[in-house]
Ligand binder design. Structure first.
Ligand code: SF4
Length: 569
């Protein structure tokens, strides 16, 4: 039942249902990698009929596993030219579970320029006219769709950025409050949805009930209880994140010297306190927002937040460390309200906050606007939303903007903007930026949690560390569970709990190797796709190799030969 695939040929408008038992053990990122390799020519035009938009859930979706309803959005990336999977929380994963759905694949290209809404109910899927939603921001689009189809629907929608085909464009998903504050953010997945002329997907679960299948439910539940004990007992997933969200990391990363500052020219920001998790939590307490918010049902960590502006009214939700690091310190913006305002604009226009922050950083580096100029930064994002000539350059991301402005220091790998960790002061994450098939992406293997054991400024052991992290993180992306569940799995008893959950869910004998094998296969498929697409295996911008970052005194000193030893499968 939960192996149902909906295939939409947007050219012929034919919709077919498929049962894919053969793909039972592929989920999330791994399923996207499999379909891309089986069905998409790596050399196709990312915005053309040969590319496919794949939306799917992970292997544990619909089960009692905590936060297991993340949804993956994948395609050939218009930003990197290679494989892309961006996953997101919100309400869509749970709706997929209730609808018995594992994946939606949209293929081919539409004949005309009409927009569509793909509506999915218990009775099937249909394309309905969507022109009246075109041009709307994601918040307004979701609100209008809820007026038409009921307030309980889940919405996945693109904003004006995706409609215009910007390489920096997201698919936004409604959270439990109906806000489109959750983003499948990276790699321009929104542009591919826009190229198929689908403005939104409406998931209507009316008349459904959740029926998760387990081979051995008791075994699953027992292991799940153990896993929950591990998540709750870990100092980050059970303490820092529920209290302050991922922004809890701002001061620690700043102390480490890895907080991106002034377009990655330093790793320490003297006003970090102003944009810290502590400030976020204080503002939430005083203004009526909140921390400890869950972006999806079944989450026990609740790292999200609801952020109110100085007027005490809702401004945004899910204001994350990455946004703060890239829109804030990276641009010398020290006002958390400005960062929150840009976060909201990005969610509404359907832009990745991280790519947008890195893009603003290179504009500031060019001298076109001043460092730390809040108003000018907001105006830039407004230009993207309005689609002005310069806004179109900005909307195509950090690399396109840097090249247009003649900036030499462009913080990207494989065409995608760095995440909010300086790769010289956190070299394991730097190895991941340089080698992950997805491009510069901390969610492919972030070494922040290992700084107590491995010197983050020294290159020794970083290739092996990144490789191990890339496998574990990819495994989590295959399960559909939130990555933040994984902190406790460094303790073997909790990793074994996940192994036992797989035995309870799928039957048969599972081991750590078999579980990690899902990720190894997925990464190997990604490498294969990228190689055929001509995406380099290793990519490092020159400036991080030649410029010392003052906060740690380090350069990125791993050679291409050393980096090419990472993820050797
Ligand atoms: S831990 Fe945070 S990102 Fe993960 S599911 Fe919970 S609220 Fe969402």
């Amino acid at each position: 039942m939960a192996d149902k695939f909906i295939r939409v040929n947007i050219g012929s408008k034919k919709i077919t249902l498929e049962e894919r038992k053969d793909l039972e053990l592929y989920g999330g990122r791994g399923l996207i990698d499999k379909i891309l390799n089986d069905e998409v020519d790596p050399n196709c035009d990312a915005m053309g009929p040969g590319n496919k938009l794949i939306i799917c859930v992970g292997l544990l979706n619909g089960t009692a596993a905590p936060a297991s309803g993340r949804i993956s959005v994948g395609c050939k990336s218009p930003l990197t030219g290679g494989v892309k999977e961006a996953n997101v929380g919100g309400t869509a994963g749970a709706a997929f579970a209730r609808l018995g759905l594992k994946a939606i694949i949209v293929e081919n290209a539409p004949a005309g320029d009409a927009w569509y809404i793909l509506k999915v109910t218990k009775d099937g899927a249909e394309l309905v006219p969507g022109n009246k939603y075109a041009g709307l921001g994601t918040y307004a689009a979701a609100a209008k769709l809820m007026e038409e189809y009921g307030s309980k629907i889940s919405v996945m929608t693109i904003g004006p950025a995706g409609e215009r085909g910007y390489k920096n464009s997201t698919v936004q998903v409604t959270d439990p409050s109906g806000h489109t504050a959750r983003a499948a953010g990276r790699g321009g997945v929104g542009a591919v949805m826009g190229s198929k002329r689908i403005k939104a997907i409406v998931l209507d679960t009316e008349g459904t009930k959740l029926e998760a299948a387990y081979v051995d439910k008791e075994k699953f539940m027992e292991a799940n209880r153990k896993f929950i004990e591990g998540i709750k007992g870990h100092p980050i997933s059970g303490g820092g994140y529920p209290a302050m969200g991922t922004a809890a990391g701002v001061l620690g990363v700043n102390a480490l010297g890895a907080l991106p500052t002034k377009n990655f020219s330093d790793g320490r920001f003297d006003k970090a306190e102003n944009i810290s998790g502590e400030t976020l939590a204080k503002n939430a307490k005083e203004r009526g927002g909140r921390t400890g918010h869950a972006c999806q049902t079944g989450c026990i960590i609740r790292c999200s937040n609801v952020y109110h502006g100085p007027d005490g009214k809702y401004l945004t939700s899910g204001l994350e460390y990455e946004t703060i690091g890239l829109v804030g310190s990276n641009c010398l913006i020290s006002n958390l309200d400005t960062v929150a305002a840009i976060d909201r604009m990005c969610d509404d226009f359907g832009l990745d906050t991280m790519e947008t922050g890195a893009t603003i950083g290179v504009v500031m580096e060019s001298g076109k606007i001043a460092w730390g100029d809040d108003e000018a930064a907001i105006k830039l994002v407004q230009e993207i939303g309005e689609g002005t000539e310069f806004g179109t350059v900005l909307g195509n991301g950090t690399l396109a903007t840097g090249q247009y402005l003649g900036v030499k220091r462009i913080p990207v790998a494989k065409g995608q903007g760095f995440a909010a960790y300086d790769p010289r002061s956190l070299k394991g994450t730097g190895v991941t930026y340089a080698t992950a098939p997805q491009g510069a992406d901390h969610t492919c293997g972030n070494s922040l949690g290992t700084v107590g054991e491995i010197d983050p400024y020294n290159k020794a052991g970083q290739v092996e560390l990144s490789t191990n992290l890339q496998v574990v993180f990819c495994m989590m992306d295959c399960t559909g569970m939130c990555l933040f569940n994984s902190f406790c799995t460094v303790d073997e008893q909790y990793l074994m709990a996940v192994v036992k959950m797989f035995e309870g869910k799928f039957g048969g004998e599972w081991t750590v190797d078999r579980l990690m094998g899902l990720a190894v296969e997925a990464i190997a498929l990604e490498k294969k796709f990228n190689e055929s697409a001509g995406v380099p295996k290793v990519d490092v911008p020159e400036f991080i190799r030649t410029e010392v970052v003052p906060s740690s005194g380090a350069v990125f000193d791993l050679t291409d030969e050393e980096l090419s030893q990472a993820i050797p499968f």
